[in-house]
Design a protein around this ligand. Structure first.
Ligand SMILES: Nc1ncnc2c1ncn2[C@@H]1O[C@H](COP(=O)(O)OP(=O)(O)OP(=O)(O)O)[C@@H](O)[C@H]1O
Ligand SMILES: [Mg+2]
Length: 379
């Protein structure tokens, strides 16, 4: 089967790597001449709006998908009229915009932080009476890795923040003091069959994911799973979805949904029976979904803005290195390392600390993640 992908970054690249064992071929429509997925298929290097490139993709592909949500909605709508495409444009139109996305959570009875839509400085000032400080102002669309966001600490920040997010339609939401940040990834096919991965515990710095941990039997698994089932069923979703959550006490608040494979699920390549990338392809191609069970504890560390010496990473037992063949630039994700092992929690923490040091995450390297007080069980 031929798979057309909108975008040609590392998510498209890992999708194509997973697709080779299913005998799938790939074509990427991506305006970036250095698209790192290019070696794994044919690269249509053209603007998304390019009609000839679109025609070529439609002629060649059996099904089209995308690797990120900030692609023109009109393109997805137009392609979907000509060829099977997943997740559907109606789904993208909801989850790429923070306002309908939050309203969907509320319709389904899934709690979120307090929020208000704002489309002028005046409305922002008024909304702050309800929301309170600290808060975060987020552009409704086009955000990723914390971009298009401004922190609101006090009254005086409001005008600068409004400028910073581009005076565009936004939501303002209260800054929540969460105990943990989690995500759950699931795949659903056209028959409504679903599979779920164990939740990931995610650690961000400067709005960018640095570390994801997957523990055996996370106490929040059951609650997270119930939430993603209700969202996917409601949307009649096909493909892989990630739901990002804040754990406040024992309650889970929905942050956002990613209608695609997700950075916090990269550990599934090594540690799960079927990776998130393979299951996304299985779902969109109408194939049976693969087992998601993972026998081991695992952690994934992003390599951001620097490439550590390969040999030093290889010296850490259980470390699997993924470089994306991207040029190094401040704040850019250029690779990741997955650590898997059935060693003791003490030993796992030591290996993870060594890896975090090499990735430049000194603060996280000082913490114990596995050899610590057990997390409270929740029903
Ligand atoms: N209301 C909030 N309270 C506390 N922390 C928050 C809040 N909103 C965002 N954050 C922090 O900022 C990070 C990025 O925010 P968010 O997920 O909304 O943006 P994003 O740019 O779409 O991120 P990405 O696409 O990388 O997931 C969150 O993962 C979380 O760590
Ligand atoms: Mg996010």
């Amino acid at each position: 089967m031929n798979i057309g992908v909108l975008g040609g970054g590392q998510l498209a690249r890992m999708m194509a790597q997973a697709g080779s064992s299913l005998g799938l071929s790939f074509m990427f429509l991506c305006p970036d001449s250095h698209a790192c997925a290019a070696p794994y298929g044919e690269h249509l290097c053209a603007p998304y709006e390019d009609k000839r490139a679109q025609e070529h993709l439609v002629k060649w592909a059996d099904v089209v998908t995308y690797e990120f949500e900030n692609i023109p909605l009109s393109l997805v709508e137009s392609l979907q009229r000509q060829i099977p495409l997943h997740p559907a444009s109606s789904i993208l139109s909801v989850v790429r915009d923070r306002l309908p996305e939050k309203l969907l959570f509320h319709t389904l009875g899934i709690p979120t932080v307090n929020f208000a839509p704002v489309d002028s400085l005046e409305k922002l000032i008024n909304a702050m009476e309800d929301i309170g400080f600290p808060a975060v102002l987020k552009n409704r669309t086009q955000g990723y890795d914390g971009k298009g966001q401004a922190l609101l600490r006090k009254e005086i920040d409001l005008s600068a923040a409004w400028e910073e997010v581009g005076k565009a339609p936004c939501i303002v939401e209260s800054m929540v003091e969460f105990r943990r940040e989690l995500s759950i990834i699931a795949a659903r096919n056209q028959n409504g069959d679903m599979v779920f991965y164990p939740v990931s515990e995610n650690h961000h710095r400067d709005g960018i994911l640095r570390l994801s941990i997957s523990r055996e039997d996370d106490p929040m698994q059951v609650r997270a799973k119930a939430k993603i089932i209700s969202i996917m069923d409601n949307l009649d979703y096909v493909g892989v979805m990630a739901l990002e959550l804040f754990q406040v006490g024992d309650q889970l608040l929905a942050n956002e949904v990613a209608p695609r494979v997700h950075n916090s699920g990269h550990w599934t390549i090594e540690a799960a029976e079927t990776s998130q990338f393979e299951n996304h392809l299985r779902a969109i191609c109408g194939l049976p979904l693969g087992e998601t069970s993972s026998a081991q504890t695992s952690a994934m560390v992003n390599l951001i803005g620097r490439l550590p010496v390969e040999a030093e990473i290889r010296n850490i037992p259980g470390a699997s290195l993924h470089f994306y063949d991207k040029s190094v630039k401040t704040g850019r994700k250029v690779g990741h390392v997955t650590l898997t092992s059935d060693c003791s929690p003490e030993e796992f923490d030591l290996r993870l600390a060594a890896l975090l040091q090499l990735a430049g995450e000194a603060e996280l390297a000082g913490r114990k993640f596995f050899n610590s007080t057990p997390l409270t069980q929740c029903p």
